[in-house]
Design a binder for this molecule. Structure first.
Ligand code: ZN
Length: 181
């Protein structure tokens, strides 16, 4: 007999609602609004690996303070993670704005996030480091709710919200859709 997962503590395949506050170097940079926790499936890297590991086994109502080292958050800062692209090769439909996050497909066909670092006369420098790369992240978290994931959610690897009826198959690009992918 396969044991059903207990629904009172954080474990793989369960949908977790969690309040959080994120600080870097003593300064709060992000937090969930009151009554609006983040919702994700545990064990699918919907959240950074170090945080996922730290909350495993927490119970509903439990709070915790967690320091996640850069390597288990957004990775170490890569000083070589910059690429210069001639403006003539830059897609016309993307605004050339410093700080803008864009999606770049590499030679292996993988999509990677990059940030426009600099715009010069005839070239654009892309930064492949996440803005939080190299930073240790300090979280205060509280587990608010836990429920079972649906078979479809487990198949997609992300949470489906009631308001989402985009019919995505785990690769959702629909504008305004917050199915999370
Ligand atoms: Zn989906």
């Amino acid at each position: 007999m396969s044991a059903k997962p207990e629904l009172n503590k954080v474990a793989k395949d369960l949908v977790i609602s969690m309040d959080y506050e994120l600080s870097v170097a003593g300064e709060v940079i992000d937090y969930s609004e009151a009554d609006d926790p983040i919702v994700f499936i545990q064990g699918y890297e919907n959240i950074i690996p170090g945080l996922e590991k730290a909350i495993e086994g927490m119970k509903i109502g439990e709070s915790k303070e967690v320091l996640v080292k850069a390597a288990e958050a957004y990775g170490e800062y890569d000083p070589e993670g910059f690429v210069e692209v001639p403006k003539s090769e830059f897609p016309e439909d993307i605004p050339m704005e410093v700080g803008l996050e864009i999606s770049v497909t590499n030679d292996e066909g993988e999509e990677m996030a990059a940030y426009i670092e600099e715009v010069s006369l005839d070239s654009i420098t892309l930064n492949f480091n996440h803005p939080l790369a190299g930073k240790d992240l300090f979280f205060k978290v509280k587990i608010v709710a836990i429920r079972e994931a649906t078979a479809e959610e487990l198949e997609h690897g992300h949470v489906h919200f009631d308001e989402c009826d985009c019919g995505c198959d785990g690769d959702c690009d629909d504008e305004g859709c917050d199915c999370g992918k």
